[in-house]
Design a binder for this molecule. Structure first.
Ligand code: ADP
Length: 344
């Protein structure tokens, strides 16, 4: 369960779920034929019900709903189920059983909350560390840029090559840090989207032109076109397309082409990116969209990366109710399929 999902739920949903699950499980028992009551009245079954209801509530909503479920279950158990067969549950023991129920429920809720808290602190730490690293890195990049301009006249110079390398590696580091920052924002539900109208095809053209300048290792061939204007965050959509293009180049041999096709459809736009690279095994074609997941093939070949790009992209696409899928064969490369509705 992701923290983001938990945080995105409002109080009404979280507490409502707790009440609903408690009520439905108990009504299920009440609706059961009377002949089953000897089973229900067994304390083991009742305790299992409590564990089930409290675990589900605290898993879905955290500490508060977990405690609410604990008290509801204990109260229902005390006032109804225990009374159905008073002989097997003497009054004197009822209170003690209720105390045990409350302790068990409380422990489950607290453990569940602690897990959320630890996850939250981890995300906060990553966000803080990434932010702190970004500042000095930007200074390094600034100076490297200045030196790059100075040495431009003599590009064969050794120092000029070193400066280029510092610049390229700083860019790479900045990308990794930005990815980490994005993931931590997604996790805590603070990923912000701007609302803009823009021409999808022009954006794709711009990205391809830029990609060809910064990395000429593969030729990118653009086909198709559309005049569709879509409503989304231009920068975030750019992030998705750039990720697909850099991956296509990263996981393909040098000089093999990358084919991009853009098409408009009634309700939105479609973009496909086809490469002739290492491909993705069928068993991993869904898991590569999970965060930090990298295919075994990639690890074997020691290709750099954190396994975050596709996760971030899929979250962006999901936000716009679009589609991001892959078809791949290990001998013929991969084709990524992106679909974004126009959203207006
Ligand atoms: P990264 O590239 O930094 O590892 P991504 O999230 O962008 O992170 O990709 C996740 C994994 O998916 C990659 O590690 C790689 O195994 C696989 N992958 C993505 N794109 C391609 C591609 N075009 N060809 C082959 N494998 C790919």
């Amino acid at each position: 369960m992701k923290l983001a999902y938990f945080q995105k739920r409002n109080r009404l949903k979280r507490y409502g779920f707790s009440i609903l699950i408690t009520a439905s499980i108990f009504s299920l028992f009440i609706l059961l034929p009377k002949s089953y009551f000897h089973l229900i009245n067994s304390q083991t079954i009742s305790l299992l019900v409590l564990i089930l209801v409290v675990t589900a509530s605290s898993w879905y909503g955290g500490l508060g709903p977990g405690l609410l479920a604990t008290f509801l279950t204990t109260a229902i158990n005390y006032f109804t189920l225990l009374k159905i067969d008073p002989l097997s549950h003497p009054e004197t023991g009822d209170l003690l059983i209720s105390v045990v129920y409350i302790i068990v429920g409380f422990l489950i809720s607290v453990i569940s909350e602690a897990r959320y808290e630890a996850e939250f602190q981890k995300d906060e730490f990553i966000a803080m560390a990434a932010h702190e690293i970004k500042n000095p890195l930007n200074v390094i990049k600034g100076y490297a840029g200045l030196f790059q301009k100075k040495f431009k006249t003599n590009s064969k110079n050794k120092s000029s090559r070193y400066i280029d390398e510092i610049n390229a590696q700083s860019d790479r580091l900045l990308e990794l840090i930005n990815d980490l920052l994005d993931v931590s924002k997604i996790e805590v539900g603070k990923f912000i989207y701007k609302d803009e109208l823009f021409d999808f095809y022009s954006l794709t053209e711009e990205i391809i032109t830029h990609q060809q300048i910064v990395s000429g290792r593969n030729e990118i061939i653009l086909t198709g076109s559309t005049h569709k204007i879509i409503r989304a965050d231009r920068y975030r959509v750019e992030q998705v397309i750039t990720n697909l293009l850099t991956n296509a180049a990263k996981y393909s041999p040098q000089k093999t082409p990358i084919k991009v096709m853009v098409k408009g459809k009634k309700e939105g736009v479609i973009l496909t990116v086809k490469d002739y690279g290492i491909g993705i095994p069928r068993s991993e074609q869904k898991t590569i969209f999970k965060h930090f997941y990298r295919s075994g093939k990639t690890n074997q070949r020691k290709i750099e990366g954190l396994g975050l790009g596709l996760f971030i992209s899929s979250q962006i696409v999901k936000h716009y109710h679009g589609k991001l899928e892959v078809k791949s064969s290990e001998t013929q490369g991969s084709t990524f399929y992106l679909e974004i509705p126009k959203n207006y």
